[in-house]
Design a protein around this ligand. Sequence first.
Ligand code: SF4
Ligand code: SF4
Length: 270
Amino acid sequence: MEIRILEETCTGCELCIPSCPFGALTMEDRLPGAPPPPPDSVTAKVARVWESCVDCDLCLPVCPPVAILHDRPEGTAAVPSTPGSGILVAGDLGPTGLRPSTRRVLRRARELANTLGCFLTCLLTPRVDPGTACKDAIACGADRVLLVDATDTNPEDGLGLPALLAPILAKEQPEIVLFPDSIRAAALAPRLAERLGAGLASPCHEVDLDLSTRQLLQRVPLFKGLGLGELVCAATRPQMAVLRTHQLPDPMPDGSRDGEIVQWNLRAEI
Ligand code: SF4
Ligand code: SF4
């Protein structure tokens, strides 16, 4: 955790508390020996950062006296994310492996991950041996494939998946979750967003980034497709979007890419 509160500067205004999508900020009493509150303080309490902080920087711009600091290691400009954060693509499997729509979303997600300097995870929920799909996902840009056994869920309607995946995403804490447009995503994405209390844009014609805030710019059709509007999830995480894929280019798979394949053991994790 690289976020720190300057206790001698914090006025206790509480503006930062709702800005944290991960619940990592609270107001606490000052500890004995801590710096006294500044003269313009509104309370004797001080903001505190907890271990659930993922160093996303969303709280920094909301603090009027600039009492929240990001102590970056020397020489690092951007915030590198851990394998458990970054971007996650909830991929679809077909009878012969990754569906083409998932491969296209992985390509776009790889570009976004390169821009953010973060990890890209492809989440797959196979009901049978996924075969070469994991290696294909890595060749298309994933740094890691997360396999979650979905044997007990219906693969078509996605109705059992939200309950299965919500605790996994809550633990993984991705900044961004992307879905390829599909019948399964239409059922899964809104239910998952509701369980996570996250914002969802669906369908998006395209997605981009505001690097200054690490916000996902989600371009959605307006007026029966005559125009595009831009949505952002200002205060909730993850930022979730279902991406239209027919206009996205196919990836050029790189079979020499390295990646990790992780089998999620739900019972061991929660
Ligand atoms: S850096 Fe992000 S996760 Fe950490 S306290 Fe600020 S808003 Fe919350
Ligand atoms: S850290 Fe900044 S925004 Fe948060 S309570 Fe202190 S002064 Fe207010």
